[in-house]
Design a protein around this ligand. Structure first.
Ligand SMILES: CC(C)(COP(=O)(O)OP(=O)(O)OC[C@H]1O[C@@H](n2cnc3c(N)ncnc32)[C@H](O)[C@@H]1O)[C@@H](O)C(=O)NCCC(=O)NCCS
Ligand SMILES: Nc1ncnc2c1ncn2[C@@H]1O[C@H](COP(=O)(O)OP(=O)(O)OP(=O)(O)O)[C@@H](O)[C@H]1O
Length: 229
């Protein structure tokens, strides 16, 4: 089995691409969904968030007020670092369990939709394929402002909280250009899907080498035995 890291910038179109991949039958693990699960009330991360950010980041029903916490961490790098240090280990652990589930079910590869993939070197090293969903800065800002009802300043702050998208594009093995229409993106997703299906990288090179040598040795011994009899 091999892992495919799908990443990009905030609102660059990762969810759009990952849902198209899901429709094609690919298993996808969405880090944003996992991140919501690991901070549910009574979890370890939840308790640490309340300890570090106070009761004021809770809604009346006791859940985390994501909007409020978002406003705090996107305008303060130190607070963002604290939240990341609480949530990221839990997110990675939960994602590992999801990967194991797909491995046991016999999937050849799994797509991990992780916004901060390249910001986490350890995670990047586990990926056989990396895919960046790119869109131009103007389109990214406009889509972010519209989707999350943010002012231009707030949207710019959120974009600035991540590695520049142009830099991520330079690090990726595959790039999906999502500044145009969804149909245009879908055509690229079909090509990516075909490339992943063709990829033989799930076969560990060492296993193939050992199997080949063992096969050749067996054939050699068998031939010797035939000649001797
Ligand atoms: C700040 C929180 C509460 C805001 O929640 P909200 O529901 O409004 O947004 P959501 O979780 O859907 O995230 C939207 C996007 O924001 C960006 N983003 C989220 N967290 C971060 C972060 N710590 N640093 C930079 N960008 C981030 C990502 O591009 C993500 O796709 C939430 O994002 C969070 O708990 N973040 C910390 C965990 C994390 O790093 N998640 C990203 C996946 S690894
Ligand atoms: N090709 C496209 N044409 C028009 N709108 C698009 C296109 N791709 C994405 N969008 C819209 O842009 C917004 C951001 O897209 P999406 O949610 O897929 O991004 P994302 O990278 O998953 O965002 P985030 O990381 O912030 O959760 C959404 O409102 C989506 O509907």
């Amino acid at each position: 089995m091999f892992l495919v890291g799908l990443t990009g910038g905030i609102a660059s179109g990762k969810s759009t691409v990952s849902s198209q991949l899901r429709e094609l039958g690919c298993p996808v693990i969405d880090a944003d969904v996992v991140a919501r699960k690991v901070v549910e009330p009574r979890t370890r991360a939840y308790q640490l968030i309340v300890q570090n950010f106070g009761q004021e980041v809770l809604l009346e029903n006791g859940e985390i007020d994501r909007q409020k916490l978002g406003h705090i961490i996107f305008s303060n790098p130190e607070k963002r670092r604290v939240l990341n240090s609480i949530t990221h280990p839990e997110i990675h652990r939960a994602m590992f369990h999801h990967i194991l589930y797909y491995f046991i079910r016999g999937y050849r590869y799994v797509v991990l939709d992780v916004p901060l993939l390249f910001e986490t070197r350890r995670l990047t090293q586990l990926m056989k394929h990396t895919v960046v969903v790119y869109c131009d800065p103007g389109t990214q800002l406009a889509r972010l402002m519209q989707r999350d009802s943010l002012s231009q300043g707030e949207a710019e702050q959120r974009v600035a909280a991540q590695m520049p998208l142009s830099e991520k594009r330079g690090l990726a093995r595959h790039v999906i250009e999502n500044s145009g229409s969804r149909e245009d993106t879908h055509r690229q997703v079909l090509r990516l899907h075909a490339a992943l299906d063709r990829s033989m990288e799930y076969l560990p090179v060492r296993v193939i080498a050992v199997a080949t040598v063992a096969g050749l040795a067996g054939l050699f011994l068998y031939t010797l035995k035939l000649l001797a009899s």
